[in-house]
Design a protein around this ligand. Structure first.
Ligand code: AP5
Ligand code: MG
Length: 206
């Protein structure tokens, strides 16, 4: 199955994607994680991406679409994939229709006022990108999955998060209607414990 996870920054896309992909045995493709890898490795794409990500803006469609097109052409996507954070504009969604067929789009819905708290308290693994929250891990700063160090993402500062939420409302939220019109949108309540969100998504996928 080809799945897209849609949701505001902090809605829990990465958290759910990690569990879902393990369950369904399909690759987790997060454009945010791909860009962060490029930034770490100081590649030309990383250089371009950093200038946008640091401001909370979107990386240009042309750069992002090409990365996803090439990634979906890889052999491990033949039996399905999960896209996390792509598409993020109507132009990206139209481009995706040109090179792959999405079966279902899951919109993870979380009240706006909860998103900032989730993001500001997030710590991510610098090695495998797993997300945690200080509310649940206390002082621990080591990844349970791979033993990597947990870090605070550079774009998780309050001002940048405000800009990311603004960009989501203006550029990404229109995708809700875009996919509803195509009859493939399923909305789930993301304001539940992570394991309960996972079971809501599992039900929606049946
Ligand atoms: P990206 O990395 O995709 O960031 P984002 O969309 O802003 O989403 P986040 O990763 O912040 O949140 P999430 O929904 O994954 O939440 P998480 O599971 O971590 O993109 C970063 C940047 O890259 C963009 O701003 C843009 O510049 C660029 N970019 C990426 N894709 C692009 C594209 N297609 N086009 C152009 N530019 C692009 O959870 C958040 C926190 O909440 C964690 O602490 C977690 O532990 C906690 N949490 C999760 N679920 C729950 C729950 N159920 N209850 C309580 N806490 C929870
Ligand atoms: Mg994420």
């Amino acid at each position: 199955m080809n799945i897209v996870l849609l949701g505001a920054p902090g809605a829990g896309k990465g958290t759910q994607a990690s569990m879902l992909c393990e369950m369904l045995n399909i690759p987790h493709i997060s454009t945010g994680d791909i860009f962060r890898r490029h930034i770490k490795e100081l590649t030309p794409i990383g250089k371009i991406a950093k200038s946008y990500i640091d401001r909370g803006e979107l990386v240009p469609d042309s750069v992002t679409e090409e990365i996803v097109r090439l990634r979906l052409a890889e052999a491990d996507c033949k039996n399905g994939y999960l896209l996390d954070g792509f598409p993020r504009t109507v132009a990206q969604a139209k481009a995706l229709e040109g090179f792959s067929k999405v079966d279902v789009v899951i919109e993870i819905d979380v009240p706006h006022e909860k998103l900032m708290h989730r993001i500001i308290g997030r710590r991510v693994c610098g090695k495998c990108a797993e997300s945690y929250h200080v509310d649940f891990i206390g002082e621990k700063r080591v990844c349970e999955k791979c033993g990597g160090d947990l870090i605070h993402r550079d774009d998780d500062k309050e001002d940048t998060v405000k800009e990311r939420l603004f960009v989501y409302a203006n550029k990404t939220a229109p995708l809700i209607d875009f996919y509803a019109e195509r009859g493939i949108l399923k909305k789930v309540n993301g304001d539940l414990a992570a394991k309960d969100v996972l079971s809501e998504i599992s039900k929606a996928l049946k």
